[in-house]
Design a protein around this ligand. Structure first.
Ligand SMILES: Cc1ncc(C[n+]2csc(CCOP(=O)(O)OP(=O)(O)O)c2C)c(N)n1
Ligand SMILES: [Mg+2]
Length: 393
């Protein structure tokens, strides 16, 4: 299901040698759609709602695609770290390694007509929406082939054709925008929802509650996804939040606490949330997750948390290792075949970087494009797109 739904190099079948070999030797292949039922790592905890079941249906095909996609995301972020250190990426850069299961599980439950909007930790979300490695690395290095034509950089990835609305640097600001997207979906009577993602730090912001109030008043199909990686920059959640139970912070809005390191729990929760939001309005999903890197490239990430904490999460909860164990337990691939998939991911990433380096920097003529300019006769329309409301000054 996952492979058919998506088209980017992210999901390009890896070396045919390794995938076809499954066909000959194993009961399952990467194309196998036999149902397998897996249990989520921990039960869901609900707030003002009956949580979904811990049993999640999957297939060999989906399991393998989750592993492949997460391996590619992980590799992309590690390569971005090196490019930053060699000064080929400049400015801000926030990496997502550790949190991949949130993106992967969410994508498995929704379509490209559902909207996603997030903060600055956006590279993998873009890839999940069908963006390519070339567009990612080009954007990171400020090249024309980037998804924002090299003018946005790390924090401003977009993919409008797959309803990905960024990539935002102002903490929390994407949540009201996300509720606006949900408003448009409801206004147009579409059967789609918006996932507005934010961090545990952003969860304490006032604008989030204002947007949620309106979303609840109007039953908007808005799903607020709090990626709780337990730190906002160098501040631990317990120092910033009186109640770190973010799934309960919507008060009158239902919520669900989810193991964000388990792609299948995320998938189940997002499916549940989508059904809920279309029928009843907003819901909060708190994804319990972890970032391995520091907050951004200027933060080594080891002054406010211990190395033992980081290695403990890697050993106990890593989302890719979790899948590796599942795949081996179901005899879908050998350890060597999984290593080959990771090697292939490395190769694809290296090739994309080499290609991105060939892409030129934006032309000088691009300096003032996509910038609001006073007195330029920009027209602003009403939501029905028919009535001309105003010409901006
Ligand atoms: C309005 C605003 N205030 C402060 C900042 C600086 N800042 C950038 S990220 C961040 C922490 C956010 O943490 P969290 O929401 O937990 O997201 P995470 O980085 O963990 O994904 C802060 C304070 C900002 N970008 N915007
Ligand atoms: Mg955080």
């Amino acid at each position: 299901m996952a492979l058919a739904r998506r088209s980017s190099s992210l999901l390009k079948p890896l070396s045919t040698a390794s995938s076809s070999s499954f066909l000959h030797r194993r009961p399952f292949s990467t194309d196998d759609t036999t149902t397998i039922t897996v249990e989520t790592s921990v039960p869901f905890t609900g707030h003002n709602c009956e949580p979904p079941s811990r049993s999640v249906d999957t297939t060999p095909k989906e399991l393998m695609s989750f592993f492949t996609d997460m391996a590619l995301m992980r590799r992309m972020e590690i390569a971005a770290d090196s490019l930053y250190k060699s000064k080929l990426i400049r400015g801000f850069c926030h990496l997502y390694d550790g949190q991949e299961a949130v993106c992967i599980g969410m994508e498995a439950a929704i379509t490209k007509k559902d909207c996603i909007i997030t903060a600055y930790r956006d590279h993998c979300i873009f890839l999940g929406r069908g963006g390519t490695l070339l567009e990612s690395f080009s954007e990171l290095m400020g090249r024309q082939a980037g998804c924002s034509r090299g003018k946005g950089g790390s924090m401003h990835f977009y993919k409008k054709d797959a309803c990905f609305f960024g990539g935002h640097g102002i903490v929390g600001a994407q949540v009201p925008l996300g509720c606006g997207l949900a408003f448009a979906q409801k206004y147009r009577k579409e059967d789609h929802v918006t996932f507005a993602m934010y961090g545990d730090g952003a969860a304490n912001q006032g604008q989030l509650f204002e947007a949620l109030n309106m979303a609840a008043l109007w039953d908007l199909p808005a799903i607020l996804v709090c990626e709780n990686n337990h730190y906002g920059m160098g501040t631990a959640e317990w120092r910033a939040a009186k109640s770190p139970a973010y799934y309960k912070r919507g008060d009158y809005v239902p919520g669900l606490k989810v193991d964000g390191m388990d792609a299948f729990a995320v998938k189940q929760a997002c499916k549940f949330a989508k059904e809920h939001a279309l029928k009843n309005g907003p819901i909060i999903l708190e994804m319990d997750t972890y970032r391995y890197h520091g907050h951004s490239m200027s933060d080594p990430g080891s002054t406010y948390r211990t190395r033992d904490e980081i290695s403990g999460v890697r050993q106990e909860r890593d989302p890719i290792e979790r899948l590796r164990k599942l795949i081996l337990a179901h005899d879908l691939a050998t350890e060597k075949e999984l290593k080959d998939i990771e090697k292939q991911a490395r190769k694809e990433v290296d090739e994309a970087i080499a290609q991105a380096k060939e892409s030129p920097m934006p032309d000088e003529s691009e300096l003032f494009t996509n910038v609001y300019r006073k007195g330029f006769g920009v027209e602003s329309f009403g939501a029905d797109r028919k009535e001309l409301r105003a010409t901006l000054p």
